[in-house]
Write a protein that binds this ligand. Structure first.
Ligand code: SF4
Ligand code: SF4
Length: 378
């Protein structure tokens, strides 16, 4: 981290990174939640700088501020400085320093311990994989795609419709796929974002070894976080393979899909997940997968999308929860204001976060949160 020390102080706290392109709202989810500069990008960088210089001591609270960043990359998109593309890397490096010194907040520690002990952050054993997952075909040599489910789709009941709709559509399109079953480990994206690089290498190494053993050439991921880490980190770890997010697979077969009845409205609004959008620039592909439906955009869309608050393990550590300004609640209010009856997502984390927020906001009658496979599948 110290190698960035000379650059961090060049952040002059102009605050552009707090906003979307048109400055119409607050777009850094942690700043929006707490409204203290310490929780903005600039504040976080200056705190880190002060800690690196020894001007302030480490404290649980300092570490929590660092981990309340969802790595959504709004700041990377908006900061006018040349160093902008590196901001999130600096935050991850600072976390890595804290991990190495054993100075991490309790909830992060629990998250990492769970991944280390169980192979997933949900403290679930292999036996607890969901029943419909167990009935899916196992990947065998020669199968076209490995369908990599990820932790939420493997263990959280709330993703059932997403997974079952997706596999139905892949079957209908004649795409051959198989899952890893009990051999699947956490992809490590959140572990990487939390700065636990040794654990990340162990997880990635195990997954890559298995891919190699099975002769996997192409992977379809359900979660954008898995897509991100496999596309941007696994590829440099000695085994090359193609990675598709499931929205890309669906966009390829969009011509053959017909939307199923969505229940309480035909207008759809789409929420760009940070790890699909800003991290990997996949903005139009998921929209293409929603072919034939009336799309109405939220004011904050594509590179200006507002994060649901779940990234970088916050789905579980939940440092941004509570109150009117928690990101998921802000986002569902924005979605409902478009008049859409369906808020479509392309990430199991966003799906679960936003579903919960719809209940909290008492918007159940107006707005249904569905992933794009559930919207399009029959
Ligand atoms: S990170 Fe960039 S945009 Fe944000 S306060 Fe610093 S210089 Fe300004
Ligand atoms: S990555 Fe997102 S949450 Fe983190 S500082 Fe930047 S805008 Fe805020």
């Amino acid at each position: 981290m110290k190698r960035y020390q000379t650059q961090i102080h060049r952040c002059f706290r102009c605050g552009y990174c707090k906003f979307p392109t048109d400055y119409s709202a607050l777009n850094c989810p942690s700043y929006n939640r707490f409204r203290f500069d310490t929780y903005s990008t600039g504040g976080r960088l200056w705190l880190t700088y002060a800690w690196l210089k020894g001007d302030i001591p480490w404290s649980e609270h300092l570490a929590e501020i660092l981990y309340a960043c969802t790595t959504c990359k709004n700041c990377v998109e908006q900061c006018p400085m040349k160093f902008a593309p590196e901001i999130v890397d600096w935050i991850i490096e600072a976390r890595s320093d804290m991990v190495e010194q054993g100075k991490i907040p309790l909830r992060v520690k629990r998250f990492l311990e769970s991944v280390y002990n169980y192979g997933n952050p949900l403290k679930k054993t292999n036996k607890e994989r969901l029943p419909w997952i167990k009935s899916l075909k196992k990947y065998e040599k020669g199968t076209e795609y490995l369908l990599y489910l990820g932790c939420l789709a493997s263990y959280d009941e709330g993703t059932k419709d997403m997974v079952t709709s997706l596999v139905k559509m892949l079957d209908k399109a004649g795409i051959s796929y198989g899952v890893m079953g009990d051999d699947e480990q956490c992809c490590g994206n959140e572990v990487y974002a939390m700065g636990e690089m040794d654990l990340f290498k162990e997880l990635a190494g195990k997954n890559i070894d298995k891919f190699r053993q099975l002769g996997v050439k192409s992977v379809i991921t359900i979660c954008p976080h898995g897509y991100n880490i496999m596309k941007n980190q696994y590829q440099g770890m000695g085994y090359k393979f193609e990675v598709l997010h499931y929205s890309q697979a669906l966009a390829k077969i969009a011509d053959d899909m017909k939307p199923k009845k969505t229940g309480n409205g035909v207008k759809i609004t789409y929420h760009d997940p940070c790890y699909l959008g800003r991290h990997n620039k996949l903005y139009e592909t998921p929209r293409k997968a929603l072919k034939g439906l009336e799309l109405v955009e939220m004011p904050r869309n594509r590179k200006d999308a507002f994060c649901c608050g779940g990234g970088s393990g916050n789905f579980i550590t939940d440092y941004l929860a509570g109150g009117n300004d928690s990101p998921a609640r802000v986002r569902v209010r924005e979605a409902a204001a478009t008049g859409a009856g369906v808020l479509a997502v392309a990430c199991p984390g966003c799906l679960l976060m936003l579903k919960e927020a719809v209940k909290t906001e008492d918007l159940d009658e107006k707005l249904q949160v569905m992933d794009i496979a559930s919207v399009m599948g029959r």
